[in-house]
Design a protein around this ligand. Structure first.
Ligand code: FES
Ligand code: FES
Length: 169
């Protein structure tokens, strides 16, 4: 690895509503940066190759896999992690829905799924159960079988398309 590769670069971002400015290593992933440099360990690193979704955070309001993005890429961006979605010690409505509907077991996948759902709710789209499961297919859960996750997402406010009949998917 040449010296240029390891050089730090100065960036400025807004992370969970607070401005952050400093030097980051150009080859450090966003996931490693958030966990190791900022202590935001709510995001989990599972596969570290873009498959499991456990590392999902919001960058510019979009759900992204923080294991596939370099920290330097958040320069000028607004980043939200699971630590940033509640307010005044209260759970975010999506977190509350997962808690009340038992949408988690071990919880390893949960922060990533919740961030994906927060992004989905912000898009204000209606999805059938089939579409919702397809959307969630980017977040792998080893425990729940997804039924409770889908119930939780519904409880969080993602509606089914209007006019959908009982047989619709
Ligand atoms: S750790 Fe990023 S997708 Fe699995
Ligand atoms: S709750 Fe255990 S992996 Fe999803």
């Amino acid at each position: 690895m040449d010296a240029e590769t390891w050089k730090g670069r100065h960036i400025a971002s807004t992370i969970n509503g607070t401005r952050w400015e400093g030097d980051v290593a150009v080859r450090q992933t966003l996931g490693d940066f958030l966990r190791e440099e900022l202590g935001l360990t709510g995001l989990h690193l599972g596969c570290e190759q873009g498959v499991c979704g456990a590392c999902t955070v919001l960058v510019g309001g979009k759900a992204i896999r923080s294991c596939l993005m370099f920290a330097v890429q958040i320069d000028g961006e607004d980043v939200t992690t699971i630590e940033g979605i509640g307010a005044d010690g209260e759970l975010h409505p999506v977190q509350r829905a997962f808690s009340e509907k038992h949408g988690l077991q071990c919880g390893f996948c949960t922060p990533g799924i919740i961030m994906s759902v927060v992004a989905l709710i912000d898009e204000k789209v209606a999805l059938s159960d089939g579409e919702l499961r397809e959307y969630l297919s980017g977040n792998i859960c080893r425990c729940t079988g997804y039924t409770k996750i889908v119930e939780s997402v519904r409880a969080a406010g993602v509606p089914e398309p209007a006019g959908r009949d009982e047989e619709g998917a």
